[in-house]
Design a protein around this ligand. Structure first.
Ligand SMILES: Cc1ncc(COP(=O)(O)O)c(C=O)c1O
Length: 273
């Protein structure tokens, strides 16, 4: 597997750099709709454009898989014009997690292929012992269907408008948290929650403030706000993120912001800032 290294100020894929790593042995290229680390969408449309040029030039058919674990159930409601899916020529498969943002009990995800021919026959396992011919493409066999039913219930119960309202509210709460974080002159907000409802931030260059300590301090008041390092090439950059999920109300956000303020004061005092 070849990875596109991150760069200072760029925490998502660079499509031009990604395509430079492709050759005749490349079986696919992956773009992420909602980076785990910062919550930003990767530019799938641009990736499609670059791989299209490359495929034409070298007479190849390298497809794109979109890991839309977090964004797949957000973009259709909030960013309808954003092209990241099967409207793009080289996007041949997509995965989405149904349980993100607490919208289904954990453990349900979906993978879809653009066309039957995009999923190689020999990866599909055919069983007959349940009666008839049943194709299956899964890593684990028997499993409760409760999450599928939970997801289906939400589709029927919420409908398009329901999902849209929920995600709009998450975005508003995230934006408000981001706005508050910007008041502290020690932080750079990386994502304000305008893609998926994730707010991520780092400490400004040359400021010596320990986000691991802040995370630990917040934990004392019951908040799980992780601090972690970015992947290779930027592994010296520490980021914190807040994911807004179902049940996280405006009131809870206010409580969090109050606790955050106290925790920041504490950390500053400890670090003599
Ligand atoms: C981009 C991305 N892909 C895949 C996953 C894993 O998804 P799941 O929670 O369904 O295991 C995550 C989890 O956060 C993710 O952010």
């Amino acid at each position: 597997m070849r990875q596109v290294p991150l760069e200072k100020g760029r925490y998502i894929i660079d499509p031009i750099e990604a395509v430079k790593l492709c050759d005749e042995n490349t079986i696919g290229i992956v773009g992420i709709l909602g980076s785990t680390f910062t919550g930003e969408y990767e530019p799938i449309e641009k990736l499609n454009k670059e791989i299209d040029k490359f495929n034409k030039k070298h007479n190849l058919e390298i497809p794109i898989h979109v890991d839309a674990a977090s964004g797949g159930f957000v973009a259709p409601f909030l960013q309808k014009r954003l092209k990241w899916d099967f409207r793009l020529k080289w996007v041949k498969s997509i995965n989405v997690s149904g349980h993100k943002f607490g919208l289904v009990y954990p453990g349900v995800g979906w993978a879809i292929w653009k066309d039957k021919k995009d999923l190689p026959e020999d990866l599909v396992f055919n069983v007959n012992y349940l009666g008839g011919k049943m194709p299956t493409f899964t890593l684990n066999f028997s499993k409760s269907a409760s999450q599928v039913i939970g997801q289906y219930y939400n589709f029927v119960r919420l409908g398009f408008e329901g999902y849209k309202n929920i995600h709009e509210e998450f975005r508003e709460i995230a934006n408000n948290i981001a706005k508050n974080l910007k008041k502290y002159d020690i932080f750079d907000v990386i994502s304000e929650g305008n893609d998926i409802a994730v707010v991520s931030w780092k400490v400004k260059d040359k400021v010596d403030f320990n986000l691991f300590l802040l995370s630990e301090r917040l934990n004392y008041t019951g908040w799980q706000v992780p601090a972690y390092t970015l992947p290779d090439n930027l592994s010296d950059v520490v980021v914190m993120r807040i994911v807004i999920r179902e049940g996280f109300s405006y009131e809870m956000a206010d409580l969090l912001l109050k606790d955050l303020e106290k925790a920041i004061e504490y950390c500053k005092k400890i670090q003599n800032i």
